[in-house]
Design a protein. Sequence first.
Lengths: 302, 302
Amino acid sequence: MLDVCLLGTGGMMPLPNRWLTSLMLRHNGSNMLIDCGEGTQISIRQKGWSFKPIDVICFTHYHGDHIGGLPGLLLTIGNSDRREPITLIGPKGLERVVKGLRVIAPELPFALDFIELHEQYHTLQVKGYTLEAYKLNHNVTCYGYNVNINRQGKFLVEKAKALGLPVQYWNTLQKGGTVTYQDKEYQPDAVLGAPRKGIKLSYCTDTRPVKNIEMHAKDADLFICEGMYADEEKENRANEYKHMTFEEAASLASKAHVKELWLTHFSPSLVRPKDYVHVAQKYFENTKVGKDRMSTTLKFEE
Amino acid sequence: MLDVCLLGTGGMMPLPNRWLTSLMLRHNGSNMLIDCGEGTQISIRQKGWSFKPIDVICFTHYHGDHIGGLPGLLLTIGNSDRREPITLIGPKGLERVVKGLRVIAPELPFALDFIELHEQYHTLQVKGYTLEAYKLNHNVTCYGYNVNINRQGKFLVEKAKALGLPVQYWNTLQKGGTVTYQDKEYQPDAVLGAPRKGIKLSYCTDTRPVKNIEMHAKDADLFICEGMYADEEKENRANEYKHMTFEEAASLASKAHVKELWLTHFSPSLVRPKDYVHVAQKYFENTKVGKDRMSTTLKFEE
């Protein structure tokens, strides 16, 4: 199960009732953010989710509208009594950028761990999330993220019985632990079926619609993608500033066979993005135009 | 004439509908800010005032809740087509702090001029504002500000006539310029009466209620002062964190004989500061409990 909340849907500048693009996820007691523009902490508060369990913050890139809210957020997390380290993930330069911003948040009651991305593609295991990061095409180095919640195989009672393992060991194996019984070690796969389909969320901003996205967003349960401009006539502008139109984002969703598309990161000039949903739906039917604090819960298949 | 807008009234953390403490002033086409916490640019937008004429930004100190909104604001001012330099004023360390924050706003289409304060008391002339800055008592170096709009003496037609100056020179002298006529130089005071009472606004946060404030806020038309805690029982807390209670702020207002007091910079724990207005009014009758975008226009006396 993965709770998803689009904290903000604005690009470039925050507007009243439209915060800068940021995504918050919850899984198994651990919260994760992707991007953190100015005002992100307000949106978290409006949503009513907690600051203290924020274990991971990923950044797509370091333009102000994607990271300006970090120092304030860190101070507020500090006031929530957190003492455990927070993992920050982002393109090369992360530690330098955060050090700069921390000039106004020099003392925090928790440590920051940094993971800097430098390859075309990374895969990382953090706090129960399986993250994939891949390079996009913006005017600075920028990464898209997949957040996967893996799902192990079914627990097969017959297999456990056949091994002659007493019932009290079953739970450990089912939860992925190793068991030693009568001098023999048992791994989970001894009692589990083949891994089942997990949950996949794909998040992608700021970028031109490159092939890489289509490949990595493949079959995602939810694809959250920038749509800076709604109007097809703005394609030149999208090209110049390395962003996407609704049409381009929806075409990617279609090619990647995702289940659902949420558009986000709207230009301040796009006053009512919802009015343009038909533009995207021409290319991908199951499109929703994001708005602040739009939420869902992605579940494992029955 | 001085337009005054309390952009935010929160201390420490922004809350939904309560931005961090920031004040915006407008005089004669030039806008000035004192403090700029996270979200300040949103409040400016909600108020409907312009970004482009912001000529001066003063900082009381560099805690996150007073400066976190600066990089975003600068980026937004940059997008407003401004090319003229902006003057930043604040305690020693200003240039270093701003340099740190500008890691996410490295390229701006205007220059920043820095004025760092280091004395107990400074007086400065900037863009038609006469500023006074004086040291407060917080847990870091912190300054209070007076913003004065001076008012010259009345134009005395009789004096101008007596000098034998042709009418076309009167306007220049009235506006403070110098005139040369028949090889003789005339200064404005040759045609003006004694300077008249101007406008004085006093702004003061974060601090304990020191004598210095009483002295500098003397006879202010408007005294905007922190009241972090409403409850008298919180005096210990105010003492520990170097803030003020409503009672302390109102007592200062009374001793300084100001015309009006606005309280601001409320603790996030103070949910409905307005409910405590009577606590302050016991000490100073003309107290208002600030709220976001509370505004007034201070005018010269008739």
